[in-house]
Design a protein around this ligand. Structure first.
Ligand SMILES: [Zn+2]
Length: 171
């Protein structure tokens, strides 16, 4: 059993709406879809073990991104097929101060932990040679990576709730 499979808990069975976008991929992964909890490792050691496993299974893997959930609190449910967050959990995270970041795809957003955006901007400035901010390392609330959000998983009611929370926050 892999490190990830050991910690992931299935909550409810569902059918990922994104299967309809690519019937070939969908047929290839013909197993049932689930809302899962525990997508992220909870310690760096756990994350390192997972990376080592992924590289061993697929030597072409060169980058796997951040795997550690460092935010605290319970991890959100994510779709076993597309990795997108459960709509109700997305709304809860936004209420807890997470921000919503656009991507170049209309149906995709990233949810970022509080402090993440300021950290990323500062990081890239220093990286580009602008040392004006190097003396004050930004306070990072959490090393938790952006969480993917696919609007395909949202029904009309959940989209409405999502918009209400964002509007409340903006005012
Ligand atoms: Zn999905």
């Amino acid at each position: 059993m892999s490190a990830r499979a050991d910690r992931v808990v299935r909550t409810e069975q569902q059918r990922c709406p994104r299967r309809d976008e690519n019937p070939v991929n969908s047929a290839h992964f013909s197993h049932a879809d689930w809302w899962e909890r525990g997508r992220w490792a909870s310690t760096q050691q756990e994350a390192d073990a997972e990376v080592a496993e992924m590289i061993a299974e697929s030597p072409n893997v060169s980058s796997v991104g951040n795997l550690t959930w460092g935010y605290g609190g319970e991890q959100p449910r994510t779709c076993s097929y597309c990795g997108g967050i459960h709509p109700d959990d997305a709304i809860a995270l936004i209420k807890a101060g997470w921000s919503v970041d656009a991507t170049d795809k209309g149906y995709k957003r990233y949810l970022e932990p509080p402090g993440y955006r300021a950290y990323a901007e500062s990081f890239w400035k220093v990286r580009a040679g602008d040392m004006s901010e190097a003396h004050r390392p930004p306070r990072v609330e959490s090393p938790t990576p952006p969480v993917k959000l696919y609007v395909q998983h949202f029904n009309a009611e959940q989209i409405a709730a999502f918009n209400v929370v964002l509007k409340e926050r903006a005012s």
